[in-house]
Design a protein around this ligand. Sequence first.
Ligand SMILES: [Zn+2]
Length: 491
Amino acid sequence: MDAIAVLGLDALPYRYLKIYAEKGIAPNIFKLQNIHASYRIRAIPPITPASWPSIMSGVNPGKHGIFSFSGFDKKTKKVFYYNASHLMHPRITEMIAYEGGTVLSVNPIMDYPIFPHKNLTIVSNMFFTPKPLSYPKNLIDKYFSTEVPLPKNKTQYIKYLDGLEALLEDYLQNPPKLIWINLNFPDALYHAIPETLNNPEKVSQIWRRIDKIYLMLKEIIGNVIIVSDHGFSRHEIRISINDILIKHNLAASKSAREEYLTHKDPNEFRIVKINPRVMRFLMKTGLKDRFISPVVRRVVKPLYEKLTKKKLMFGSSYYIDVHNSDVIYPTLNSFGVYVLNSDKLEQALSVLKQYEGLSIVEYKGKIFNGRYLDRIPDIVIIPDYDKGYVLGPPDIVGSVYNKTITYDHDLWGSMILDLSDTDSINLEYLNSLDYLENMMVGPIVQCMLGYPLSIDVDSKSLIEKSCNRDLSYKNYRGKFLVSKKLAVRKT
Ligand SMILES: [Zn+2]
């Protein structure tokens, strides 16, 4: 196969592909032939900073080193925030570049800093990067305005897509081996305006614009793959892990002052703390879901963000006491607990296993493997999204199960194979699978392009069965670790 273009659409749920096809919002992406060539992708944990590296590198978070937005350092008892310097395994974009293939990489996650290579063209200006970066350096000025776009600002977002199209037009004069573009759409939009999950026609302008880029890739490259890093759905019960720990004397609470830990850089947030009794009253009476949350989401939060450039969060006025707890769930999207007193490990596991609404409660070593296992919570917890459960923030709220509507990620992302050349891939085998692990996506693309896979790939036997050619393996880690020393942090 000569070349492949991958378009990453963050959070595009498998469940909605058919629905979006019926609505006709992006007729090229959701054409009937594509719906028949679509696959369910499972992401554990279902979170952007961990799932994209798993998709792109072919290895699990224990090997690539990124588990969520933030992790917890048990020695210092402090939260740290992941960026690309924590990435310990190269992505497909990098591996192919090392093998001599030319690659266009737009918004590789993690997206900051970027690691230049002579065969790589990199643009990073959409997800988490504090400033727009590119390699070569002039691409940002040439094609993009400096703002990092958010889809809720339609005009700005379409301007970004115009810039991307202009870049592609120039770049495709001499097509590379691989184009991999990640967009924060529809995820950022689902979070900001959850109605757009069921009513994508509300943002049909953006969908149509992305569909045009898809068509352009299809016409020039021929082989196009759509992939998403997790799903998205509406959940009704929020589980407070720290309330479980407190109930079983595994953790202690205290009044939340400056010690509140956020899942993203604290400088980006302002937290308003509310007494849990007040919060419970608002939840029980339905006032929160029916009146307060919609107004806060539509008016208060956007206004606050506009005025201060910081996000507004609401939390409980009680928080976990990091210094007097044996086990803690430190931040939203921790997807597990850190055991600070190892004598309590077994007890913590058996306590958490008793609770309904958690589909995975397991020692990390039973789910993940690799030399960076120490970055992963000791006990991994995944809620039962399919039954409407979601993990709440670390706040102590006084009850374990809290009935409140939450729009959040779930495990089921999607992949669509729109290929003009299918010789190298065993579609019959792929079709027989109930779902694919996210770690299989990158290696499948590498197989199609005819490059050696990383010796570290997970799901080796599944990939070998999916691939119609003899696979070879290579150790790419050393090169990657060296290339990280050339990281570009500012322009
Ligand atoms: Zn995502």
